[in-house]
Design a binder for this molecule. Structure first.
Ligand SMILES: [Zn+2]
Length: 415
C-alpha cells in the first residue's frame, strides 16, 4: 500500500501542487495544497439562514433543548422520525451528552430549515427541511495523507538539528530508536552527520493536522550512511531487507560510562604480566536493571567469590553473553529469556573495586569486544517479500535522493 502510492504520480499532480520553503533551518514541507473546502453536500441550499448555536447542558434532553430554543414538539417528532438513513440516523440525536453542540438554522419566517450536530472532528450530522419533510445525511471530512520530507546536517546535537528541521519530538525519538541499533546516539554523533526523513503528513481541510508514519530515513554518521525503510508489515528494514533490529542489544544496561574496555593484552598494574580484560565494564547506579542482550536460555545463574552474582545466557549454538557482579539475579538456570528482559540488577558483588557490570560477548567460544563485535540482524525478509521490499525501498531512497538534491540546490540559489 505504501511505496508506489506515496510517490508523486500523474493523477496526483492534477489536483495538487508542491510548495516548498527554502529558508535554511526551516522545515521543507512538501505541502500539497487542497482546493477550498467543498460544500457540505450536493445541495447548495444554504440561503440566508439565521444560526443559533446551542450547547447541551447536564441533564438536558433533546426535547428540553428544542423547548429552550423555541421549537415545538411536532417539529421535534418529525425531525427524529425522518428517513431511515442508516448512516445519519436522526434518532441518534436523542442520545445527547453535555457539551454536545446543536446548530439550528432558521429561515426568515422563523422556520427550522437545518440542524447540524458535529459528532467528532470528522463527522457532522446534517438534517434539512426540504419544504415537506426532513432528510438527513452525515457529512464526512476525510483525512488526506501526503508525503513530507525533512533533512538537515548536524552542527551541535541530533535533537536540535532535527527540531530545527521541523521534526516532532516523537519523530526524533523514533529515528533514534530506528538507527540506535547501528549508531550510539549518546557517544557517536558528530558535527557533519546528517539525516533525511520521508514521512506521512495528515491534512484535514487542507490544513496539516498530525504526522503519520516515517516511511524511509537515512542517517549518515561519521561518513557511513545507514538506511531504514518501512515495510507493509510495519517494521523497518535496511535497503536489502535486513531488519533494523539486531539480534543483540549493543549494551545490556543504560550506562553512565565505560570504566574499562575490552583489552586482550591488558597488563596487570602490579605484576606487569598480561591479564586480559575479556569484557566491557559499564558503570551505572547500583540496582540499575541489566537486560538480556538477546533471546536465549539461561546457561548459569549462580554466585562465586570472583564473579559475585552472575548470569550466563546461551543465544544459539554460536553466541553466549555473560553478566557479572550483579546485586540480584532475577532468572534461573534453564529459563527462556527475551531480548530486553531484566536478568538482574547492577552491583558490586565478587572481586571488584567498585560497582559495575562486567559484560562479555562470546562468538563460538571466543571473547569479542562487546562494543565493536558485528551483531547479527534479527528476522530479515526473504523470498518474494524481500524482492518486493527491495524494489519499494529503492524507489523511496531514490525519491529521498532527488528531494535532497533539489532542496540543497535551491538553498544555494536563494543564497
Ligand atoms: Zn571487567
Amino acid at each position: 500500500m505504501l511505496g508506489l502510492a506515496i510517490l508523486p504520480s500523474a493523477q496526483q499532480e492534477t489536483t495538487s501542487h508542491v510548495e516548498r520553503k527554502f529558508k535554511i533551518g526551516k522545515p521543507y514541507p512538501i505541502v500539497i495544497a487542497t482546493a477550498s473546502t467543498p460544500p457540505l453536500s450536493g445541495k447548495d441550499k444554504t440561503e440566508d439562514l439565521t444560526w443559533k448555536k446551542h450547547v447541551i447542558e447536564s441533564g438536558e434532553s433533546l426535547a428540553i433543548a428544542f423547548d429552550n430554543i423555541g421549537l415545538d414538539g411536532k417539529t421535534l417528532h418529525s425531525l427524529i422520525n425522518t428517513d431511515a438513513n442508516t448512516d445519519a440516523n436522526t434518532k441518534q440525536l436523542e442520545r445527547l451528552s453535555p457539551g454536545n453542540i446543536l446548530q439550528f438554522g432558521f429561515s426568515k419566517e422563523g422556520k427550522l430549515v437545518e440542524l447540524h450536530q458535529p459528532r467528532n472532528h470528522l463527522e457532522t450530522l446534517i438534517v434539512r427541511h426540504d419544504g415537506n419533510t426532513f432528510t438527513s445525511e452525515m457529512d464526512k471530512k476525510e483525512i488526506e495523507t501526503h508525503t513530507n520530507f525533512s533533512h538537515a546536517t548536524i552542527e551541535t546535537s541530533f535533537w536540535s538539528a532535527a527540531d530545527k528541521a521541523g521534526l516532532t519530538a516523537n519523530q526524533i525519538m523514533e529515528i533514534a530508536a530506528l538507527f540506535g541499533w547501528d549508531i550510539d546516539f549518546a557517544l557517536d554523533i558528530r558535527a557533519g552527520d546528517k539525516f533525511e526523513v520521508l514521512f506521512e503528513q495528515h491534512y484535514l481541510d487542507g490544513n496539516p493536522v498530525d504526522r503519520g508514519e516515517i516511511l524511509a530515513a537515512t542517517f549518515t554518521n561519521m561518513g557511513k550512511t545507514f538506511t531504514a525503510v518501512r515495510n507493509n508489515d510495519g517494521k523497518y528494514y535496511d535497503k536489502d531487507g535486513r531488519a533494523m533490529r539486531k539480534a543483540f542489544l549493543r549494551s545490556p544496561v543504560n550506562f553512565r560510562y565505560v570504566s574499562s574496555n575490552f583489552n586482550p593484552r591488558r597488563l596487570h598494574p602490579v605484576t606487569g604480566r598480561v591479564k586480559p580484560h575479556r569484557g566491557t565494564d559499564y558503570v551505572a547506579p547500583v540496582g540499575t536493571p541489566i537486560w538480556a542482550a538477546g533471546d536465549g536460555v539461561v546457561l548459569e545463574s549462580a554466585y562465586n567469590k570472583y564473579n559475585g552474582n552472575y548470569v550466563f545466557i546461551k543465544h544459539s549454538a554460536k553466541y553466549v553473553t555473560k553478566y557479572l557482579h550483579l546485586t540480584k539475579r532475577m532468572v534461573k538456570k534453564g529459563q527462556r529469556v527475551k531480548q530486553g528482559d531484566t536478568v538482574g540488577t547492577l552491583g558490586g558483588t565478587g572481586r571488584v573495586t567498585g560497582p559495575h557490570l562486567h559484560y562479555e560477548f562470546l562468538v563460538n567460544g571466543q571473547h569479542k569486544n562487546p562494543r565493536t563485535v558485528d551483531l547479527p540482524q534479527a528476522n530479515s525478509l526473504s523470498g518474494n517479500e524481500q524482492v518486493t521490499f527491495k524494489k519499494q525501498a529503492k524507489q523511496q531512497l531514490e525519491y529521498i535522493q532527488q528531494l535532497s538534491t533539489l532542496l540543497t540546490n535551491n538553498d544555494i540559489l536563494l543564497n
